[in-house]
Design a protein around this ligand. Structure first.
Ligand SMILES: Cc1cc2nc3c(=O)[nH]c(=O)nc-3n(C[C@H](O)[C@H](O)[C@H](O)COP(=O)(O)OP(=O)(O)OC[C@H]3O[C@@H](n4cnc5c(N)ncnc54)[C@H](O)[C@@H]3O)c2cc1C
Length: 368
């Protein structure tokens, strides 16, 4: 029922704008409005904080169905979870009450600020500093590649509170867009997910009350990594949705397109490609849903499963979207058809929330 409801909404209210959002590289406002009106913009927020209380699998299905028509728009529910999960996992009761209610109501979005210009895969090498000043912390630094920066009201920011201790000297904070000293860089000009703004976040003597720290001092990096264990599954879902959208489009096209006097779907060479695409998608779906169940139960092998789901599903999305372009021939290579957008959008799923090389490092360190 949830899938049917989200699919209908996505096809009616999000799909019609997907090409323009990409072409104009603009924020998918129509998608945000439609998702918010149907309480699908941040489904993961627990009911006790005013949210829809969707479990990890339901959240995955929402993201998958939105990504099937518009990958940029699927980053609204996905990044709302990424940005706010540190607070849900490690924040005080007061922080949860304060920040989850506006998120659940659709009054505010949440972004996640881990990466920096010189600290990507080696996130613990970050330089952003937080220095204690009485009942306040003062933050200085640059966060890079922040999804939905400028659109979000709230930001989970990881910053160094003790430079001697590397990852154990990093703490997490909630920073608000309206805090004096917060500003944003120009939107990055990207290959894909062009509707999702990616900008730098500048922190210039941002003075915030001490109770905005998420969890204990020095636990920010652990919280950031624990968050990714759960949210990599949402990127797997995004990849899955993009791949399914490409397969669905190609499936329809090959029945219509005629060469050598018959639909190209009649050629076994084309059929074998479609079979492989569907097989890979189904394998990615099973792995992703199993990982979502593990996320919900907080199983001990979640770190491996989350990395495996993200890595596998994103590699599948890249292969399947590339094959979809192939099945449309020259037409697939043009912006008159959606599959080239899907191929460009798929690429990012192999890069963010840790590149797929990093996922393989994570898996190797946590072999089942
Ligand atoms: C569109 C977009 C949105 C993003 N959104 C966010 C966000 O909202 N919040 C956030 O905090 N970050 C975000 N990111 C950042 C993203 O997570 C990083 O780009 C990613 O982790 C890689 O870091 P990097 O770009 O610095 O690449 P690098 O770390 O410089 O890596 C370059 C290459 O080296 C490889 N490499 C590095 N180390 C190793 C190793 N030990 N072994 C093998 N290979 C290695 C990488 O896999 C990669 O192929 C986003 C990025 C993009 C492009």
């Amino acid at each position: 029922m949830l899938r049917d409801a989200v699919r209908s909404l996505a096809e009616a209210k999000i799909a019609p704008h997907a090409a323009a959002v990409d072409e104009e590289a603009r924020f998918p406002r129509e998608a945000l409005d439609a998702l918010t009106a149907n309480d699908l913009h941040a489904v993961h927020v627990p009911e006790e904080y005013g949210g829809a209380g969707a479990d990890a699998l339901a959240t995955v299905i929402v993201i998958e169905e939105v990504a099937r028509v518009c990958a940029s728009s699927s980053l609204i529910p996905a990044v709302n979870k990424l940005g706010s999960l540190p607070v849900i996992l490690s924040g005080s009761e007061a922080l949860k009450k304060k920040y989850m209610a506006p998120l659940a109501k659709g009054e505010a979005m949440f972004s996640y600020c881990l990466s920096e210009p010189d600290a990507g895969s080696d996130a613990a090498g970050m330089k952003t500093r937080a220095v204690r000043d009485g009942d306040f912390w003062v933050l200085n630094g640059v966060k890079r590649w922040i999804t939905n920066a400028g659109e979000s009201e709230f930001y989970t920011v990881m910053a160094v509170t003790d430079p001697e201790k590397r990852s154990k000297g990093i703490s997490a904070f909630v920073v608000e867009k309206s805090d004096p000293g917060v500003s944003f860089g120009a939107p990055e000009k990207k290959l894909g997910i062009k509707g999702s703004p990616t900008r730098e976040v500048y922190l210039d003597n941002v003075r915030i009350p001490a109770d905005r720290m998420i969890g204990e001092e020095g636990t920010g990096f652990a919280t950031a990594m624990k968050t990714l264990d759960h949210t990599r599954i949402t990127i797997a879902a995004q990849a899955l949705g993009i791949a399914q959208g490409a397969l669905d489009y190609a499936k329809g096209y090959v029945k219509e397109r005629k060469q050598f006097g018959k639909p190209i779907a009649d050629f076994q060479g084309v059929q074998f490609m479609l079979a492989d695409m569907a097989m890979k998608i189904e394998a990615a779906r099973q792995l992703t849903y199993a990982a979502a169940a593990k996320s919900e139960r907080n199983d001990s092998d979640l770190t491996f499963q989350g990395a495996a789901a993200k890595c596998f599903a994103s590699d599948v999305a890249m292969e399947v979207t590339t094959d979809a372009v192939q099945l449309l021939g020259g037409y697939g290579y043009t912006r008159d058809y959606p599959v080239e957008r899907m191929m460009r959008d798929a690429k990012i799923t192999q890069i963010y929330e840790g590149t797929n090389q990093v996922q393989r490092i994570v898996m190797a360190r946590n072999l089942p």
